[in-house]
Write a protein that binds this ligand. Structure first.
Ligand SMILES: Cc1ncc(C[n+]2csc(CCOP(=O)(O)OP(=O)(O)O)c2C)c(N)n1
Ligand SMILES: CC(=O)[C@@H](O)[C@H](O)COP(=O)(O)O
Ligand SMILES: [Mg+2]
Length: 630
């Protein structure tokens, strides 16, 4: 496809200079460009193809960037990036030094709010709208939120707040619900059914909108509008959004510029909270993605658009996610008390097979991490053994529930934390860097850090059999390739093991960094311990290693602040042992998106980095003076 129009668009101002009649062709070019670009870089696909017309219409009608667009999750903003001066940078998408896969304030003035975690857009846009009101500025704030993201409580907290005046002031906020009847998995919950009912009432909306766009700019238009206002409450029951104080319009076709543009122009002129419900198709315009929106949610790498996603010639290595999914099914088979819970990440957490085999013990609660944890607590109160499968980064949203509802009551909930540590392409918003620090400080909580696939399976079993809250964390992708042993055996609780005997230096490895640590130790002739548990920590092993070595080194793929290394120094202090300790982990900064191996190397957590840090601190032949007290 030629990009005749698109090549001339370097900002929305260029777009707004186009004749209205050219916008459809521009949208076609944007869609083709996004598909071609993602086929070369990988990244999110279905949601981006679904927002092409909406994005064109928004930048055409609203005076961006002065009018603010806040994209919920932000995984659907590639058309937005293409139209706001980043067309030629799409080739660097999600790569080190390249543009982010999500909106970033430091990337563009058109990225008005950083997103990545869902359901924040209404709150942020409401804040902006109220700021404009307080400053007396006639600017609009628009939140674009998907039907999946609407299932999070935070979205309703925002609606509840934004729909009423504050000190007599009402923000000029427009919320656009982009309803494609899809989350990543098929949508769940009562809200989805409610939206379907609204869509089924679309005859009313289509007639209403059709009439208004025909009457626009005629004397009859005002009459029709007043008539509609007067009759709306009588013709259809008020929607839940109107009950929150919003003027609800829709559902309208989110791919039809002739519906979108007049409706947005109409809504832009209105004061107070407005709510536009649009209906789109995830993957729109690309048949393969339209047919399978779950599969085409994101591309893990390059693909040929003509063929679609194909299985790689060489079977990929087993991932930790698959190890979890297999264990979950085996454990469910062995123990009828097990219930598996996911907050809207069935595929990502490896629970498709479990869902098929144990439908009554499978719960996708929607994007509702807080609810998923307290729901698990309720189950646990009644003798059920819940497993909450959740990305490390998304569990951050349910911290109080973990403390208040699970740990204080010492309930047996197993948190299977996938995507622990750096995740790579999704960058800082999705990094699972903090879970060791934020879980180990909670009383009653146990924290397990398996080193490989077999350890992961055994750690999950060990955690499941424990009668209290347990976190088992494992990274995105594949491990060292240690095939899991089918038999599930409980690991000695709170015990680590020495994997290599060396001298002078002892490296205490937590999680998958055991393997780069072993590689570094070969060259340094250092001892290596596989610690397995951050909590309870094997304090005896720590003391023994301190007594028999000149220095200790801790390595973890988690934040240094308050992480496993801190646990080791705390244990040494408690035992009155003084020995030099070098703590290696993720730095006190947000690590950008990029190739995971490159990022780990940049953080000094590959074998070469670990070796270099040890040599730098203790010299190749450490000449550490042994402290007087041991
Ligand atoms: C707090 C949080 N939980 C989970 C996710 C993972 N996630 C990313 S997109 C998505 C589905 C969003 O569905 P929807 O809002 O309908 O957008 P669509 O993909 O349909 O365009 C989920 C669950 C997230 N980004 N944030
Ligand atoms: C946008 C979003 O939050 C999810 O799509 C996330 O990107 C999935 O991450 P994984 O690719 O690690 O499953
Ligand atoms: Mg959706």
């Amino acid at each position: 496809m030629d990009y005749t129009l698109l090549n001339g668009i370097n900002s929305p101002a260029d777009l707004r200079r186009l004749p209205r009649t050219e916008l459809k062709k521009l949208a076609d070019e944007v869609r083709a460009y996004v598909l071609e670009s993602v086929s070369k870089t990988g990244g999110h696909l279905g949601s981006n193809l679904g927002t092409v017309e909406l994005t064109v219409a928004l930048h055409y009608v609203f005076n961006t960037p002065d009018d603010r667009l806040v994209w919920d999750v932000g995984h659907q903003t590639y058309p937005h990036k293409v139209l706001t001066g980043r067309r030629d940078r799409m080739g660097s998408l999600r790569q080190l030094g390249g543009i982010s896969g999500f909106p970033r304030r430091d990337e563009s003035e058109y990225d008005t709010f950083g997103t990545g975690h869902s359901s924040t857009s209404i709150s942020a846009a409401h804040g902006m709208a109220m700021a404009f009101k307080l400053k007396g500025e006639d600017r609009k704030a628009v939140a674009i939120i998907g039907d999946g993201s609407m299932t999070a409580g935070m979205a309703f907290e925002a609606l509840n707040n934004a729909g009423v005046a504050h000190g007599g002031l009402m923000g000029d906020l427009l919320v656009i619900l982009n309803d494609n009847d899809m989350s990543i998995s098929p949508p769940v919950g009562a809200l989805n059914k409610y939206l379907a009912r609204l869509m089924s009432g679309s005859v009313y909306a289509a007639a209403r909108e059709g009439a208004k766009s025909v009457l626009k700019n005629t004397p009859l238009y005002e009459f029709a509008r007043k008539f509609e206002e007067h009759t709306k409450g009588m013709v259809v029951p008020g929607t839940i959004f109107e009950e929150f104080g919003f003027n609800y319009v829709g559902p309208i076709d989110g791919h039809d510029l002739d519906s979108l543009i007049p409706t947005l122009e109409n809504l832009r002129g209105k004061k107070g909270p407005q709510f536009l419900h649009i209906v789109t198709k995830k993957g729109a315009g690309y048949k393969l993605a339209e047919a399978d929106p779950v599969k085409y949610h994101a591309a893990s790498g390059k693909f040929d658009p003509a063929v679609g996603f194909v299985k790689p010639a060489t079977p990929p290595k087993t991932t930790f996610t698959q190890v979890f999914g297999d264990w979950l099914c085996d454990m469910a088979e062995a123990d009828s008390r097990l219930v598996g819970i996911t907050p809207a990440m069935r595929e990502g957490s490896g629970m498709v097979e479990f869902h098929k085999r144990f439908p009554q013990r499978y719960h996708d609660v929607g994007i509702a991490e807080q609810h998923s944890v307290t729901f698990a607590a309720g189950l646990a109160c009644e003798g059920v053994k819940p497993v909450v499968a959740i990305y490390s980064t998304f569990l951050q949203r349910a911290y109080d529930q973990m403390v208040h509802d699970v740990a204080i009551q010492n309930l047996p909930v197993l948190f299977a934390l996938d995507r622990a540590g750096l995740v790579g392409a999704d960058g800082a918003t999705h990094a699972g860097n903090y879970d060791i620090a934020y879980t180990r400080c909670i009383p009653n909580m146990a924290v397990l850090t398996p080193a490989d696939e077999d350890e992961c399976r055994q750690a999950l079993y060990t955690g499941f059999m424990h009668n209290g809250p347990v976190t088992v964390r494992y990274p995105r992708g594949a491990g060292a390739g240690v095939v899991p042993v089918k038999a599930m055996t409980a690991q000695p609780w709170g015990k680590g093991e020495v994997r290599r005997k060396g001298q002078r230096i002892a490296v205490l490895a937590f999680g998958t960094l055991l393997y780069p640590a072993l590689e570094a130790a070969e060259r340094l002739d250092a001892t290596v311990a596989n610690m397995r548990f951050v909590k309870p920590l094997d304090a005896e092993l720590v003391a023994e290693l301190a007594r028999t070595h000149d220095a200790l080194v801790t390595v973890e793929d988690g934040c240094l602040m308050g992480g496993a290394g801190s646990a080791v120094t705390e244990a040494l202090n408690a035992a009155g042992i003084s020995v030099p300790v070098l703590q290696l982990g993720l730095p006190d900064e947000f690590v950008e998106h990029g190739d995971p191996a490159k990022l780990m190397s940049l953080c000094g957590l590959d074998a070469a980095g670990i070796e270099a840090s040890i040599v730098k601190r203790f010299g190749a032949k450490p000449t550490v003076v042994r402290a007087a007290t041991r």
